[in-house]
Design a protein around this ligand. Structure first.
Ligand code: FE2
Length: 258
C-alpha cells in the first residue's frame, strides 16, 4: 500500500496547493491514505477549526500539527472532539486534543498516525523519549501500519528517533524545518525515514515567511511582524510504500512542481 504525506502546509498558498493538487496526487501515487501536516496553515502559524476542515475536505485523512498547534483560538475544543486532526502526543496531559489517530485506509488496512514534538531547541512540555515506547505499543495494538510525524528542530534528534523506532513502526517522517532533506531511506528493520519532508507552501521565501521580513528580524534583531510569502507555491512530502503488515518497502520524496 502507499501512504502520501504532505509536509508543513504554509498559509494560503500552501492550502490552495493542497486543494488544487491533492486529489490528483492521490491518483498519481495510488495513495491509500493521505496525511497532511497543517500546523502553519493559518497565515504561517497555527490552524483554525475551519482550516482543519478544509484540509480534510481537500482529501487529507489525517492532519498532524506541531509546536504552533494552539496559536489560534477555538482549536483546543476542536481538537478535543476530533479523531483525525491530532496534536503532538507529548504536549502534556492537561492540554486538549489527541496525539494519535487510528483510521482505515482505502485498501481496508488500519493505520495509526502518531504526532510527536522534538525536545531539542523547542519548548516541549514532555520529552518524546519518555512517552514514545508506550505510544508505539498502543499504536501497534491498534494497527499494523504505524506512521510517526516527528516535528522537531534538530536533525540529530530526528535521525536518533528514527533509529530507535526502526523495526517497530512503518515510517518516521520529520517535519518542522521546512527544507526537504535528501536522506529518505529504508532502515535495516524496514522502517522508512526522512529527516525533513519539506514544506507545502510559498518557496520564494525564508521557510514560508517573506524573505525581507525574516532577514530584517535577523539583521537588526527588531521585533518584525512576520507575513507569509506568496510566490513559488510548491507541494513537498513523501510517498511511503509498505506491506499491509506495516513493513516499509520504499520511500520517495515528492516535489510538485519539480
Ligand atoms: Fe513547527
Amino acid at each position: 500500500m502507499n501512504i502520501l504525506f504532505l509536509a508543513d502546509v504554509f498559509g494560503v498558498p500552501g492550502r490552495r496547493a493542497v486543494e488544487e493538487h491533492l486529489p490528483a496526487l492521490r491518483e498519481r501515487y495510488d495513495a491509500d491514505l493521505a496525511i497532511v501536516n497543517g500546523e502553519n496553515v493559518a497565515d504561517g502559524a497555527g490552524i483554525t477549526p475551519k482550516l482543519a476542515d478544509k484540509l480534510l475536505a481537500a482529501g487529507a485523512d489525517v492532519v498532524t500539527l506541531g509546536n504552533h498547534t494552539y496559536r489560534r483560538s477555538g482549536i483546543g475544543s476542536y481538537l478535543e472532539a476530533s479523531e483525525r486532526v491530532i496534536r503532538p502526543a507529548n504536549q502534556g496531559a492537561l492540554t486538549p486534543g489527541n496525539g494519535m489517530a487510528v483510521v482505515e485506509a482505502r485498501n481496508g488496512v488500519t493505520v495509526a498516525v502518531l504526532s510527536l514534538l522534538g525536545h531539542l531547541f523547542l519548548d516541549t512540555p514532555v520529552s518524546p523519549w519518555e512517552v514514545v515506547d508506550a505510544l508505539v505499543e498502543e499504536a501497534r495494538a491498534a494497527a499494523p501500519v504505524v506512521v510517526v510525524d516527528f516535528h522537531a528542530e534538530a536533525t540529530s534528534e530526528k535521525v536518533a528517533l528514527a533509529a530507535w523506532l526502526d523495526g517497530r513502526v512503518t515510517a518516521v517522517i520529520g517535519t518542522h524545518t521546512h527544507v526537504q532533506t535528501s536522506d529518505a531511506r529504508i532502515l535495516p528493520g524496514r522502517t522508512a525515514a526522512i529527516t525533513d519532508a519539506g514544506m507545502t507552501g510559498p518557496h520564494d521565501s525564508v521557510i514560508g515567511v517573506k524573505s525581507e521580513l525574516a532577514i530584517a528580524r535577523m539583521r537588526a534583531r527588531l521585533p518584525v511582524r512576520f507575513e507569509p510569502a506568496e510566490g513559488g507555491a510548491r507541494l513537498e512530502g513523501v510517498v511511503v510504500t509498505c506491506t499491509d503488515e506495516g513493513r516499509a518497502e520504499a520511500i520517495e520524496t515528492i516535489r510538485v512542481p519539480a
